[in-house]
Design a protein around this ligand. Structure first.
Ligand SMILES: [Zn+2]
Length: 44
């Protein structure tokens, strides 16, 4: 089943996407790939 993500807005005014079929909110985490090489070591 394919979800039909459509742009929607929350009462607060924040933008998000939900499915126009099952009204399911799209979870955060659209980034696909590897999570490496981001601030290694760190140091203020
Ligand atoms: Zn759906």
């Amino acid at each position: 089943m394919h979800h039909h993500w459509e742009a929607a807005r929350t009462p607060d005014g924040a933008r998000y996407e939900r499915c126009a079929r099952c009204l399911k909110e799209r979870p955060d985490g659209l980034s696909a790939g590897t999570k490496a090489g981001m601030g290694i070591g760190g140091g203020g």
